[in-house]
Design a protein around this ligand. Structure first.
Ligand code: HEM
Ligand SMILES: *[C@@H]1O[C@H](CO)[C@@H](O)[C@H](O)[C@H]1NC(C)=O
Length: 505
């Protein structure tokens, strides 16, 4: 009896084991085939099964490792981040060919950390028809308020009065400009989206800033990368990635209260801000037919688009302005030249306006050079192919992540006379006139180009010129400015203190 029953169960066991082995071999082979580069794919380092090159870069020297890869494999090379193939574009010509000319590299990859909560919403991470419509609407609205009566120029100059008062309070003593700069710049987006600014130190405002900061910090964490690479597994696990989703939930709640307030006293014929315009648009499209529903105009998306304008528009501009102050205190002779130009064209009492821009070529060149050298969004925002494409002699299939390396263009040795040195001459001709440079692409290029480019340029020009008109910036005695960037999603200055000495009227 014992013997009899032992035979089939041993067979069953063997069967189970070989089945397991067979499955394992099958899975490994499948994984091996997947880890192999597709044919005529851009070259790159060998990718491990499953994790790919996720852990093959030294976390303390990712930058150095990447440089080596670009040197070894050329201007178009590939990496595998977890299960996802990624192609990096280096140098002006590869980026031109990829972003500016082609229209098939302008999708975003789908990131489960976002799409699990809000699929295809907002502007930054949406794709297809929804993205096109939302982007067009936001651009139109920005233009509307840029030219309208309660214009953005007015909000910026108004905001400068507040921030200059705060700065003057320090009476030339060292202070850290981080918080007030963030507040001032975010207030421009607040005016645009909410129709009002917040006092510096307002509790609700500070809460939102803190949440945004924490969110953008977490975006870069390994947890979020793991979540995006292995969503099916990570959805079941606890971990910090859950916190990110809850942070985004809290920010959305704050924006929603503003939307609700708008609905109480909204007058469709007199839109005051982005929210009013958007509410109009929702209504307009409701009255039309249902195919308009695909364009994604609804209140959830209003919240998400507002969120995107904050997320993309405040930190970036604030970081750039802080770099500008650092560069000016590093190069006092350049600062003096900017001030002399402003004194000559505007004087010291009238506030600057966008019209002055054409008459301040040196100041304008300095702002461009700050943006070029500070290179705050070094790898842009990831793109993705939306069909199989040819690039640089390679074939890149649909759905591959594309990383445009903006650094490689902004510091390209073939494009700039002194790529690693602060030199406003990059943007001036022999007669001292301002010249545009094709390789100046801090806002990226092509159809996915930064939506806020014009607003950012306006903010940088008006704030910077006003700062230079009213104050001279210098480091505290004995302190050298640190121009080495702090790595994150953006390259920002390490926290620093600076002295602002008021200039006489
Ligand atoms: C100095 C300031 C800024 C810099 C350097 C900057 C840079 C960038 C870059 C590199 C991208 C990615 C483009 C691409 O995917 O190819 C981007 C996207 C974007 N930026 Fe900016 N930006 C700045 C300010 C702003 C401002 C003020 C706003 C707000 C109005 C804004 C809104 C956006 C949006 C909505 C996107 C996503 C566009 C899309 O996916 O279609 N940015 N920005
Ligand atoms: C981007 O370009 C810079 C400058 O050429 C290089 O040092 C860096 O490693 C590149 N990054 C990537 C991801 O290839």
């Amino acid at each position: 009896m014992d013997q009899l029953s032992a035979v089939p169960s041993a067979w069953l066991w063997l069967d189970g084991r070989s089945l397991l082995l067979f499955t394992l071999v099958l899975l490994l082979t499948a994984e091996y085939l997947r880890a192999r580069r597709p044919s005529s794919f851009p070259p790159g380092p060998w990718a491990f099964p499953l994790v790919g090159n996720m852990f093959s870069l030294d976390p303390n020297n990712v930058h150095g490792d990447m440089t080596k890869l670009a040197e070894k494999y050329g201007n178009v090379y590939s990496l595998k981040m977890g299960p996802l193939w990624t192609v990096v574009l280096n140098g002006f010509s590869a980026l031109q060919e990829g972003l500016a000319k082609g229209d098939h590299m302008n999708d975003r990859p789908e990131y489960p950390i976002h799409s699990d909560v809000l699929p295809n919403q907002g502007i930054i991470f949406s794709n297809g028809y929804v993205w096109k419509q939302q982007r067009r609407f936001a651009l139109f609205t920005l233009k509307y308020f840029g030219l309208g009566k309660k214009s953005l120029e007015f909000s910026i100059l108004d905001e400068f009065m507040y921030i200059s008062k705060e700065i003057a309070n320090h009476k030339g003593k060292p202070f850290n400009p981080l918080l007030i700069m963030n507040n001032a710049v975010s207030n421009i987006i607040c005016s645009l989206v909410f129709g009002h600014r917040f006092e510096y130190g307002n509790e609700k405002f500070l809460k939102m800033m803190k949440l945004l900061d924490k969110g953008s910090q977490m975006e870069g964490s390994i947890w979020v990368q793991l979540y995006n690479s292995f969503p099916r597994l990570m959805r079941r696990l606890p971990g910090p990635h859950r916190e990110l989703q809850s942070i985004y939930g809290k920010i959305s709640e704050l924006i929603k209260t503003e939307v609700d307030k708008h609905k109480e006293d909204w007058n469709p014929s007199e839109p005051r801000d982005f929210i009013d315009c958007y509410l109009n648009e929702i209504q307009k499209r409701q009255d039309k037919r249902d195919d308009e529903a695909d364009a994604g105009f609804n209140e959830d998306n209003l919240v998400m688009c507002s969120f995107d304008l904050f997320g993309a528009g405040s930190h970036t501009t604030s970081v750039t302005l802080r770099w500008a102050l650092l560069y000016m205190s590093k190069y006092p002779e350049i600062q003096a030249k900017v001030q002399a130009e402003i004194d000559g064209v505007i004087g010291r009492s009238r506030q600057p306006s966008m019209k002055d821009c054409a008459n301040l070529p040196y100041t304008f060149a300095v702002i461009h050079e700050v943006q070029r050298l500070s290179n705050i969004v070094p790898l842009s925002v990831p793109h993705a192919t939306n069909r199989d494409i040819q690039l640089g002699g390679y074939t890149i299939p649909k759905g591959v992540t594309i990383i445009p390396n903006l650094t490689s263009v902004l510091l390209d040795k073939n494009e700039w006379e002194t790529p690693d040195t602060f030199n406003p001459g990059h943007f001036l001709n022999e007669e001292g006139k301002f010249v545009k440079r094709a390789a100046f692409i801090p806002f990226s290029a092509g159809k996915r180009l930064c939506l806020g480019e014009n607003l950012a340029k306006m903010e940088l020009f008006l704030f910077f010129t006003s700062f230079m008109q009213r104050f001279s910036f210098s480091m505290p005695p004995g302190v050298e400015p640190v121009l080495k960037p702090c790595f994150g999603f953006t390259l920002s200055p390490y926290p620093f203190e600076i002295c602002a000495t008021p200039r006489k009227e």
